[in-house]
Structures are given as C-alpha cells and as structure tokens.
Design a protein around this ligand. Structure first.
Ligand code: UDP
Length: 354
C-alpha cells in the first residue's frame, strides 16, 4: 500500500511524526512525504524533522509567503503533479491549514482515497481560515480520524452520518507525540526563571488586529508583575510586534525565537500555567497537568473548558487578568481520558490497512 502524506506547518510535523513512525514499523506500507513549504525555516520546520526523526520529505514544494488564494492554488497544482506520478492508494492530510485543504482537493478530484487526521473539530467561527479548511476537508474525505467524542458529535450534527464517510474516534495524535517524546524533553538554551507562565500567540485573529494584540501585551505586562512569562514568538507575531514597536516588561517577560518540540515539552513540564491562542498548546497544557487560559473567543477543545481546565479569555486585558485569578483557584481533574490512550497513530494505520 502506498500513502502520500501532505504536511507543511509546525503542528502538522508533530502530528505526522508518530503516524509516520508506525507506518515505518508496519510491513507493506510505503509513505511518500510531501512538504508543501508553508513553514520553511530551521525553527519552524527543520528542527522537527531532525529531532522527531521524521524522514526527509520526498518532495518539497517550497510554497510560502503568499496570500491564501495563491498559496492554496499553487499547492493544489503541485500536489496534483506529485499524485499523478506516485498514484497512491491513500492521501493523508492533517489538521486545518492551507496545506490540508490543497492536499484534500487534489486527492479527491483525482479519485484517490482521502483520510483526514484531526477531523470533526469546529470553532463555529467561519472567519477563521482554519475552520473553512477543516469543514471542506472533512466533507470530501473517505475516512475521518476524530480526536475526541465532541468531534464525532460535531460531525453527526452536521449530518455526516448520511454521507458515505467512515468516521473513527482514534484519539489524538498529539497525545501520542507528548507521551512518546516526553522523556526527550530538554531545557532551552536560555536561563529560565524558577516559576513562569508559558505563553504563545500566533492566531491571525490576534496578530492581524493590532488593538487585540496591544490588549494582550498590556495584560501580559500586568501579569508579569505577579509571575515571570516565557514567550517563544511565532515569526508572524515577531514581525507585527517589531513593526508596531510594542513594548514588553523585559525584566519579567522572556521573549525568544520559536523553540523546538523537545524544548516546548520541557517548558510545558515546568511552567505554572499556559496562556495561548494555539490549538495544540491547549491540549498539551492538559497532558502536562497545567491550567490553560485561551487567548481566543472560542475553542475547538471545549471538553477542556467543561472540565474547568481551560478558561476562554479572548484578548480583553481585564478578562485575561480575571481568568488568571480564577484558574489558579480551580480544582481540575487532569485524569479524564478525553484524548484517548496515546495509541491514535496505531489505530489510524490499522484502519488504513483494513
Ligand atoms: N511548539 C513548538 N515550539 C514553539 C511553540 C509551539 O514546538 O515555540 C509546538 C507545540 O507543541 C504546539 C505545536 O507546536 O502544540 C503547534 O503549533 P502552533 O501553536 O503553531 O499551531 P496550532 O496548534 O495552533 O495549530
């Protein structure tokens, strides 16, 4: 059996790492990896391939730095060429980026079976490019691998049971990765404060709206008086912060370049809490038994909110400060098996073989 895997962005490298490892350990499956080039530099791409031992991509399409239309269009064209020459049995796409949608469209139009990992998630915010990518990819897939019961429920409510699509609750591949690589966690090269909040910001809804970003920075400066903050900056956020001269309390907020996965695991293990607009980091906070404040107005990972492990604070600085006070008082159950048992990759590969 031949599988073509389409990946291009940081979260997809992490998600694909464990599935790719299981594929390599399984007889009679060949995986062809296509890197679209959406994330391309050392900190956002190479480090994941090297550390997590993801095989070097068979194709690097090198498509980046473009608007949504040009990026998705160019990817679609190039992926189609790859699929023509590889003629795989399956195309495997991950998550919700433009690479996901381009891979899904290319496969479906060529009548190649399509599998979507991390299917069924919804923010119900159609302004998010990710929401558009995931809804469209789900609808044209042949197999949907859902990370949670909530994802299955979302699909059921959208009528997916009426379509000829196999829907499987495989558990979350991010949990597989966290469990598998946990013991490889390594301290970053910079000196860490003894207690710190781990923060990341990169969602377009925060970075493309300077008022929202200023409000988050204001809240962080305020919070930093109470607890140090470590903030590995996504290149997009770094650029906007420099262009707008946003200033941080440098004595208490440690701004760094993006770190590798093994370092982020170390930071997750050792932080006091996580404050983020990342999808992956909300779950990782839970895996590492840390409360999380989400810097968005909604989340796809609602089970964390229901458990009291995550508070949706948005970008309003007062909400962020209040959420901080509230979450430290919560008594959180970190034992709920809401993301499966850490064997999502095995379940995915088994289902593809069948
Ligand atoms: N991550 C990392 N280094 C960083 C920040 C994040 O390795 O400096 C990892 C972290 O494990 C996170 C994952 O990258 O879950 C996903 O990335 P991101 O937050 O960019 O995307 P999202 O999960 O929001 O799609």
């Amino acid at each position: 059996m031949k599988i073509v895997t389409i990946i291009g962005a940081r979260p997809q490298f992490i998600k694909a790492a464990t599935v790719s490892r299981v594929i390599r350990d399984t007889k009679n499956i060949e995986e062809i990896i296509v890197h679209t080039g959406q994330h391309f530099d050392i900190n956002m791409s190479d480090i994941f391939f090297n550390e997590m031992e993801i095989p070097k991509p068979n194709y690097n399409l090198n498509i980046n730095g473009l608007g949504h239309g040009a990026m998705t269009g160019q990817m679609l064209e190039k992926i189609e060429e790859v699929l023509k020459s590889e003629t795989p049995d399956y195309v495997l796409v991950y998550g919700d980026t433009n690479s996901t949608l381009a891979g899904a469209l290319a496969a479906k139009k060529m009548h190649i079976k399509l599998a979507h990992v991390e299917a069924g998630l919804r923010s119900f915010n159609m302004k998010m490019p990710e929401e558009i990518n995931r809804i469209l990819s789900d609808r044209i897939s042949d197999i949907l691998f859902c990370p949670t019961e909530q994802a299955i429920k979302n699909l059921t409510e959208e009528g997916f049971k009426n379509f000829n699509i196999e829907i499987i609750n495989s558990g979350d591949v991010m949990l597989d990765a966290a469990l598998f690589y946990n013991q490889k966690a390594k301290p970053p090269s910079f000196k860490l404060p003894s207690q710190f909040i781990l923060t990341t910001i990169h969602r377009a809804e925060n970075t493309d709206n300077i008022e929202k970003l200023k409000s988050i920075v204001f809240a962080l400066n305020n919070l930093s008086e109470d607890c140090n903050i470590v903030l590995p900056l996504h290149p997009r956020t770094q650029k906007i912060i420099s262009e707008n001269n946003l200033s941080f309390n440098k004595n208490r907020i440690l701004l760094t370049a993006p770190v590798g996965y093994f370092e982020i695991l170390y930071l997750l293990q050792n932080c006091k809490l996580v404050m983020t607009d990342s999808g992956g980091m909300q779950k990782e906070a839970y895996f590492f038994k840390k409360p999380c404040i989400t810097l968005r107005d909604e989340t796809e990972w609602v089970e964390l909110v229901n458990l009291g492990a995550n508070i949706i604070a948005g970008s309003n600085h007062e909400n962020i400060l209040n959420s901080y006070k509230m979450i430290l008082k919560q008594n959180i159950n970190f034992e709920a098996k809401i993301y499966g048992c850490g064997n999502a990759a095995e379940q995915i590969v088994d289902s593809l073989i069948k």
